[in-house]
Design a protein around this ligand. Structure first.
Ligand code: SAM
Length: 179
């Protein structure tokens, strides 16, 4: 999600898309069997940028040169709002969609990784796992979500993971094979 996110001063902004996010998160999504990777931005120029990058790796030279990368970026869907993505997914599952927000801050009512893992295994609903950019998802967004996932904690005060790292760690926690 590139909007609504916070800037350094806590104001709500629309952040720019980072090319690396598209590749790394698409590859992690494909690795863990995620059905779709929604890139949310209301900015037309940013939507065009994402479409251009994805087209290169799915229809253009990149797709022929690197089929594995094509398979990952085929998951990418650009939408101008999360509500648009929810509406689209809702039709695929009889019991609808649950939005799961993520953030680095501890919150009382957080969904634990192992509980999320169990909900996913039950496979009764579609779950939209939402990551922020810039300085993170807004409070209003997080409060409106169906769940807030517990934060990844390294055990030290420093907790500033990139969205790419956070997505990979969480996907492994909730979908990965853990012998
Ligand atoms: N510009 C930054 C970058 O390069 O990725 C964007 C940072 S953005 C705030 C990081 C996002 O990753 C957060 O909005 C949240 O969704 C997720 N995230 C970061 N740290 C996390 C943590 N400790 N636990 C859970 N999610 C985390």
């Amino acid at each position: 999600v590139h909007h609504p996110v916070k800037n350094k001063r806590g104001e709500t902004i629309a952040s720019a898309v980072t090319n690396l996010d598209l590749h790394d998160i698409a590859r992690a999504a494909k690795t863990y069997g995620v059905k779709g990777f929604y890139v949310i931005t209301p900015l037309a120029d940013q939507q065009a940028l994402v479409e251009k990058i994805v087209a290169h790796w799915t229809e253009g030279y990149g797709g022929a040169y690197n089929p594995a990368r094509k398979a990952a970026l085929d998951l990418v869907r650009v939408r101008d709002s999360l509500a648009g993505a929810v509406d689209e997914i809702k039709g695929l599952h009889p019991c609808g969609v649950r939005v799961v927000a993520t953030c680095a801050a501890r919150r009382g009512e957080a969904l634990r990784f192992e509980d999320f893992r169990r909900l996913l295994a039950e496979n009764r609903c579609a779950y939209l796992l939402v990551f922020g950019t810039a300085w993170g998802l807004t409070e209003a967004f997080i409060n409106a979500a169906d769940f807030v996932l517990e934060p990844i904690r390294g055990g030290f005060a420093y907790n500033h993971l990139s969205v790419r790292s956070a997505a990979s760690i969480i996907l492994d926690r909730v979908l990965g094979e853990h012998p």
